[in-house]
Design a protein around this ligand. Structure first.
Ligand code: B16
Ligand code: MG
Length: 217
């Protein structure tokens, strides 16, 4: 029987590389400057969503959602991004999560296409720094699609790979991302905590735990 799955679409932060910790640190620092305290529970809700959407979640958490103009919010988001970009600027291939390089190479050798559906405007830069440009077939520009949990970013990745959504698997570490994959009509693989990613078809603790054979149906 011919194998149905022909493409895998990966989220970036928290799946390919561990930038989620840096996003968290940068937001925590920014929030502290406007007297808002965020913890890891708040951070779970920031994963996978855009920069401005993340800021809105933080301001609401701190009860300050009506305290800033759009222009001031842009300054806050830009400041957070400055902290973040500075932190990731020294990334090298060593920052790939364990097992990712092997996984991507194995997928390539099986003729499976590889897409990236990251909400981050820094995804392209990270792909370069991590040295995986040659292994990736298509990267969605997140500025051209509505953010997760809308399915558009995964649908656009499938289109870019010239595949039907049903021929693709989506891999995500965020609740919003799993919701997006499901709405796109793809099989969803969660990376992280089963108790958090309750809607995923299957959850592995880390990318290195992914069992390709069970996914290639
Ligand atoms: P930026 P992913 C997402 O990336 C992050 O999970 C999320 O925390 C971040 O706010 C978002 O990218 C936007 O990132 O500010 O760099 O444009 O998980 O979708 O790869
Ligand atoms: Mg992510």
């Amino acid at each position: 029987m011919e194998q149905k799955i022909k493409g895998i679409i990966f989220d970036m932060d928290g799946v390919i590389t561990d930038t989620s910790e840096y996003h968290y640190t940068a937001w925590k620092l920014l929030a502290s400057k406007i007297d808002i305290y965020i913890d890891r529970d708040v951070n779970e809700n920031l994963k996978g969503i855009s920069r401005m959407a993340s800021l809105d979640v933080i301001l609401k958490h701190g009860g300050r959602e009506n305290d800033f103009s759009e222009a001031e919010k842009l300054v806050l988001a830009t400041t957070k991004n400055k902290y973040y970009v500075e932190m990731i600027s020294r990334f090298t291939p060593d920052n790939l999560l364990d097992g990712v390089e092997l996984l991507l190479k194995e997928l390539k050798s099986l003729g499976i296409k590889i897409g990236i559906a990251s909400a981050s405007k820094s995804a392209g830069k990270l792909i370069e720094l991590l040295g995986i440009t040659q292994l990736i077939d298509y990267v969605v520009d997140p500025t051209t699609v509505p953010g997760k949990p809308a399915p558009d970013i995964f649908l656009k990745a499938a289109e870019g790979l010239e595949l039907e959504p049903s021929q693709c698997i989506g891999v995500e570490d965020a609740r919003a991302g799993i919701e997006a994959i499901k709405k796109a009509g793809m099989y969803s693989v969660g990376i992280g905590d089963k108790a958090v990613l309750t809607e995923a078809n299957v959850v592995y603790k880390e990318p290195k735990d992914i069992k390709l054979k069970t996914l290639m149906f």
